[in-house]
Design a protein around this ligand. Structure first.
Ligand code: SF4
Length: 351
């Protein structure tokens, strides 16, 4: 499985390179070296070009440029915040819900997000790609569980694999009768859109199963012309696209930015799917909002944009218990009255 295309030569991976590129202050170097010794760093040329180095609060920089705030851990934060390990019957597989499994093929990404919920597992020097043997064991597990309708390829970023290897994996999965859906979670269309070439698009389509792609982006500026063209190549090939975003303090925690992000997704034929509340990953408190703030933003979004643009605001319950929708309620009624007996005027729109 160790066939990752490592062509991202121009990617900035060391704090010294970030300083040289003007993306981090020289005075911060020692602290950033300490952060980088624990958590992987990678900023692709596409992402570096998006950063406004003159803006100390740039929302793209906040997502990708390390900060000494990451060295501060809060009570409750932990290395496996959504409890993958507790639900992993064999290496690489997480089986949390009956009808679907996660299949974690690789542990590398094009970029490393400073808020990543798997930050203790991804990056060079952390776990490596699944061995061929572990991959086969994962396939056997899926084959033996006829209730598994959907396989979610995640990681790391599965689109870091070569198109040739991906097409082998897609064929292996599609050959399992009960696997009907293969969903791929990726940041590549945004972080390195040129990787979504004809060969990659061809690799993602397979006889016998339907491919869905979940595109991760958090700020409307990430949907550049190149990123939009990459998404269009996928959509034009008939691959349905959904979005994943994380609610992040100082990045997208205001209604106008969220609105612009959701509109940009829909313009790219990406249906807004999940807005994740920040997970309790170590050293990420400076990027998390409160749930109340998130609910307020969702309420604001409901009033501002089309239903097409509404994601589900969700929380991954720590410990591996799965996702819970945590969006605001829009309707209330006295708890003591049964709904079917309540006159319409007794409902109250919550505003
Ligand atoms: S691309 Fe996904 S897995 Fe990789 S660092 Fe970002 S959030 Fe984590």
């Amino acid at each position: 499985m160790n066939r990752i295309d490592a062509k991202l030569a121009a990617t900035l991976r060391r704090p010294g390179e970030l300083v040289e590129a003007g993306l981090a202050p020289a005075a911060a170097l020692a602290g950033l070296e300490t952060v980088a010794a624990r958590y992987a760093v990678a900023v692709t040329p596409d992402i570096a070009a998006l950063i406004d180095a003159g803006d100390p609060d740039d929302p793209i920089a906040r997502q990708f440029i390390p900060s000494v705030d990451e060295l501060v851990e809060q009570p409750g934060e932990n290395a496996d915040p959504i409890g993958d390990d507790a639900r992993s019957p064999v290496a690489g597989i997480v089986h949390r819900y009956p009808d679907r499994v996660l299949f974690k093929l690789v542990h590398v990404c094009a970029v490393y997000c400073r808020f990543c919920f798997r930050r203790e597992m991804v990056g060079p020097g952390k776990a490596t790609a699944l061995s061929d043997e572990a991959y086969r064991t994962g396939l056997d597990y899926i084959r033996a569980h006829s209730e598994v309708w959907e396989v979610i390829l995640t990681g790391g970023d599965p689109l870091m694999l070569s198109p040739r290897r991906l097409s082998e994996i897609m064929a292996d999965l599609a050959a399992i009768d009960h696997v009907k859906i293969i969903r791929i979670h990726t940041r590549v269309p945004v972080a390195d859109p040129a990787r979504i070439g004809d060969d990659m698009v061809a690799a993602l389509r397979v006889e016998g199963a339907t491919t869905w792609i979940a595109v991760h982006a958090n700020h409307p500026r990430e949907l550049t012309g190149s990123a939009r063209a990459a998404c269009a190549r996928l959509a034009d090939a008939g691959i349905p696209l959904v979005s994943q975003s994380v609610l992040l303090r100082g990045v997208n925690d205001d209604a106008a930015t969220l609105e612009a992000l959701m509109r940009a997704f829909v313009e790219c034929r990406i249906k807004p799917y999940y807005l994740h509340h920040g997970d309790l990953a170590p050293g990420t408190a400076h990027l998390r909002t409160t749930i109340e703030a998130g609910q307020e933003l969702m309420r604001a979004l409901r009033g501002r944009v089309s239903g097409l643009c509404q994601p589900d605001y969700v929380l991954d319950i720590p410990g591996g218990y799965g996702k819970a929708p945590i969006g605001p309620n829009y309707l209330s009624q006295p708890a003591s009255l049964a709904r079917d007996r309540l006159p319409e005027q007794q409902y109250r729109i919550v505003d």
